[in-house]
Design a protein around this ligand. Structure first.
Ligand SMILES: [Zn+2]
Length: 482
């Protein structure tokens, strides 16, 4: 299956002056690799470091530009003629390539018709690189719209695998992706949306060691992180590198969104210090409306496009608050803080720090990993807990009084988590079995861990908490007598 390849003058120094060479390859990408291997020096010119086709090179297959075919994946057959046409400056005038080819003109025709975008604006989007932190709820919506919008390169950082409980809001992943790394699932679906998109994936947790290196490769950063250490890390890295950061966050029915532009204030100007650990529930604990993620993430995509185009008024200095339950928006003004330790006039944070420590969650990840093997034995199903309760075992509910009042398991005793350890000796008998319950089994797991360490070894966790209990249709006492 020999293919004929035309070598242009500037590249003939690598092919021993040959203007035509023959090679065997099933598709264009394979052909370029074969040529790069055969002719040292040519590789740098014809291979893009991130895969795909290099922007400075047009490749024609039987006189049709490869990007209008299947780009690097265009299949080749025996006798095909491939021509490599590099961009050249000076000397002979090369035919100037149009800003958008036919496929792009059609794909982005509704963008091109907007005065604020046009052909030039669309070209800007195609040449831009956006990094999305997290392929979760916010990252999903932002990535989908930015890929569809023609942002040329999208980077995605995420260390996690797709979980069934992600799917109600993380619309970049599908049921058949459960168990697969999120970056892989993201890549596949984004390439389905836009085959010419370059996706760069980072299957890793963003850390002080890798953040500058990763973020440095992109023009704009979209924050879709779900924890405070990462939020402060991304913020500081963006300030240090002078990158715009588009930010949103969601919890329960509430959404927030804003934009941090270099020199115009940062996340620390808005929130100088993180909340005490445990005081703000995670979405796993507190819950979140799935469609709210879509709403806030498209706001992020819109702001990103505006920044890339240099059009409109970015949300810099303004915080949008959306109360989905009330159906109300508010807009708050905020300012750069000249005393800000990162972006202020006399910054004290000049390099990345230990963000887990800063947010008061030292070694959080190690703990998670260690806790798992033993957790299996100490967790009870609702049915098993019900049987134990029937046989007279003590059940302690570690939620807050207002939660207990709304609904609780008959016969359970309220001892909020904050006071449990102090009261343990009064309420618990270390020789007797005790079941601990909370709303979804997270606070109770913490309680069980602490109690066992304090010598109450016969303590068990109601796995899935009251939510799982109600799902099994076991008896509950509710406010209002229902
Ligand atoms: Zn600041």
């Amino acid at each position: 299956m020999a293919v004929q390849v035309y070598i242009p003058t500037p590249y003939r120094q690598f092919t021993e002056r040959a203007s035509r060479v023959e090679a065997e390859a099933a598709n264009l990408q394979q052909l370029l690799r074969v040529l790069a291997e055969r002719y040292p020096g040519l590789g740098d010119r014809i291979l893009a470091p991130e895969g795909g086709l290099p922007g400075h090179l047009n490749i024609y297959i039987n006189q049709v530009e490869a990007r209008t075919l299947q780009a690097e994946r265009t299949p080749l057959a025996a006798g095909d003629e491939v021509a490599l046409i590099p961009a050249m400056a000076g000397g002979a005038v090369p035919a100037t390539a149009p800003l958008l080819d036919r496929e792009q003109l059609e794909r982005y025709s509704r963008h091109v018709r907007l005065d604020e975008i046009g052909v030039l604006g669309q070209r800007k989007l195609l040449d831009s690189k956006v990094l999305i932190i997290g392929a979760g709820a916010l990252g999903s919506g932002a990535a989908i719209y930015l890929a569809a919008a023609g942002v040329g390169t999208i980077g995605i950082v995420d260390p996690d695998r797709v979980d069934l409980s992600n799917l109600h809001r993380q619309v970049l992943h599908f049921t058949h992706d459960v168990g697969r790394p999120k970056v892989q699932s993201a890549r596949r679906h984004l390439e389905d949306i836009n085959p010419r998109l370059q996706v760069r994936t980072f299957e890793t947790r963003l850390s002080s060691d890798n953040a500058l290196e990763i973020i440095g490769q992109f023009d704009v950063v979209v924050n879709g992180s779900d924890n405070f250490p990462t939020r402060y890390l991304v913020n500081d890295a963006c300030v240090l590198l002078g990158k715009p950061l588009v930010d949103a966050s969601i919890l329960k029915w509430d959404g927030q969104a804003t934009v941090f532009l270099p020199g115009k204030g940062c996340y620390r100007c808005l929130f100088p210090s993180p909340p005490p650990p445990g005081s703000v529930p995670s979405c796993a604990e507190g819950g979140v409306l799935g469609a709210l993620a879509g709403h806030m993430s498209t706001l992020e995509a819109i702001e990103t496009v505006k920044i890339l185009l240099g059009q409109g008024d970015p949300l810099s200095g303004r915080l949008i608050l959306f109360d989905a339950l009330a159906g109300e928006y508010q807009q708050l003004r905020w300012r750069r803080n000249p005393e800000c330790p990162v972006c202020g006039d006399n910054p004290t944070v000049r390099e990345l720090i230990d963000y887990e420590g800063f947010c008061g969650v030292p070694g959080a990840h190690e703990e998670e990993a260690e806790a798992e093997p033993e957790a299996v034995q100490r967790d009870l199903t609702p049915r098993r807990a019900w049987e134990l309760l029937q046989s007279g075992v003590t059940m302690i509910d570690v939620r807050e009084p207002f939660e207990f009042q709304q609904a609780h398991i008959p016969g359970s005793e309220l001892v909020p988590l904050g006071s449990l350890l102090a009261k343990a000796k009064q309420v618990l008998d270390p020789k007797r079995e005790t079941v601990i319950v909370c709303r979804i089994g997270e606070r109770s797991a913490v309680a069980v861990e602490a109690l066992r360490r304090a010598g109450f070894e016969k303590t068990y966790n109601l796995s899935g908490g009251l939510v799982a209990w109600i799902n099994e249709q076991l008896p509950v006492e509710q406010a209002g007598g229902r």
